[in-house]
Design a protein around this ligand. Structure first.
Ligand SMILES: [Zn+2]
Length: 231
C-alpha cells in the first residue's frame, strides 16, 4: 500500500508499505529538489577535504603542464581548495545554514514585502563556472516577519553550492516557506551563466530567468504587483 499526500505546494509525500520501495511513477519529487549529496558528505573534516582537494588540484595543474615550482603558481592548489570548501561551496554543509530569527508582526503589516536585487553568486554544477545575477524574493507575513538581511542570507546559502538555476530557485522558495511558515512566497532569479558566455555557444548578453510562485502569488494581480515592483 502506498499513501500519497499532495502537499499545498504541489509536492508529494509518500508512505509506502512495499518494503519502502516507491512506485516508479512517484519518484519522490521532493527529493529531487535536494542537491545530490553522498551519504558520507560530511564525515570528512573541512581541513581534510582541503588537503585532498589541494592534492587533486595540483595534479590537474601538473597534467596541464604547469610548473608548480613557479612562485606565482605554487600556492594555487591550496588557494583553490580553501576557496571551494570555505567560500564558494560552503553552502553544501548544513552547518552553514543561516540561523533565522523571526519577529512578531507588531505593526500588522499585511501587504507584500519584496527584497530586491539580492546578488546571486553561484557555480554551475555542469561546468564549475560562475552563475552571476540577482534574486528578488517576496512574501506575505503569516503572523511573523523576518529580519531583512536573512532573506539575503538564505539566497546566499543555497547559491554557494554547485547548482543549476532551476534547483536554486526551488530550494530558496522551499526554505522561505519553511522558515516563514507560509505558502505565500515568490522567488525570481535573473542570472548570467559563464558556461554559456565563455565556452560552448559563447554568447554574451543573454540571461536566464527562473521563477517560483506559490500561495497568494498564484493570483494574477498579486503576481503582477510583484513583477511591477522588481522592474
Ligand atoms: Zn554550465
Amino acid at each position: 500500500m502506498t499513501k500519497v499526500t499532495l502537499n499545498g505546494n504541489g509536492s508529494y509525500s509518500l508512505q509506502s508499505k512495499l518494503n519502502g520501495k516507491l512506485p516508479a511513477a512517484f519518484s519522490a519529487p521532493e527529493a529531487d529538489m535536494n542537491t545530490p549529496l553522498r551519504p558520507d558528505a560530511f564525515l570528512m573534516a573541512d581541513e581534510d577535504k582541503m588537503d585532498t582537494i589541494e592534492d587533486h588540484f595540483r595534479s590537474i595543474m601538473e597534467t596541464l603542464g604547469l610548473d608548480l615550482n613557479d612562485d606565482s603558481l605554487k600556492g594555487t592548489p591550496r588557494r583553490v581548495a580553501k576557496m571551494f570548501v570555505q567560500e564558494i561551496f560552503s553552502g553544501l554543509n548544513p552547518e552553514n545554514k543561516p540561523a533565522i530569527s523571526l519577529f512578531e508582526n507588531k505593526y500588522q503589516y499585511r501587504q507584500i514585502l519584496v527584497e530586491r536585487n539580492i546578488t546571486v553568486k553561484s557555480f554551475c554544477e555542469h561546468h564549475f563556472l560562475p552563475i552571476i545575477g540577482v534574486a528578488h524574493v517576496a512574501y506575505f507575513s503569516a503572523g511573523e516577519v523576518i529580519g531583512l538581511s536573512k532573506l539575503n542570507r538564505i539566497v546566499e546559502y543555497f547559491a554557494r553550492r554547485p547548482q543549476v538555476q532551476e534547483r536554486l530557485t526551488v530550494q530558496i522558495a522551499a526554505e522561505l516557506k519553511r522558515v516563514l511558515n507560509t505558502e505565500d512566497v515568490a522567488v525570481y532569479i535573473d542570472a548570467r551563466h559563464m558556461c554559456v558566455e565563455l565556452r560552448g555557444v559563447e554568447h554574451s548578453h543573454c540571461s536566464t530567468v527562473t521563477t517560483e510562485y506559490s500561495g497568494k502569488f498564484l493570483n494574477e494581480n498579486i503576481r503582477a504587483e510583484f513583477l511591477q515592483t522588481i522592474k
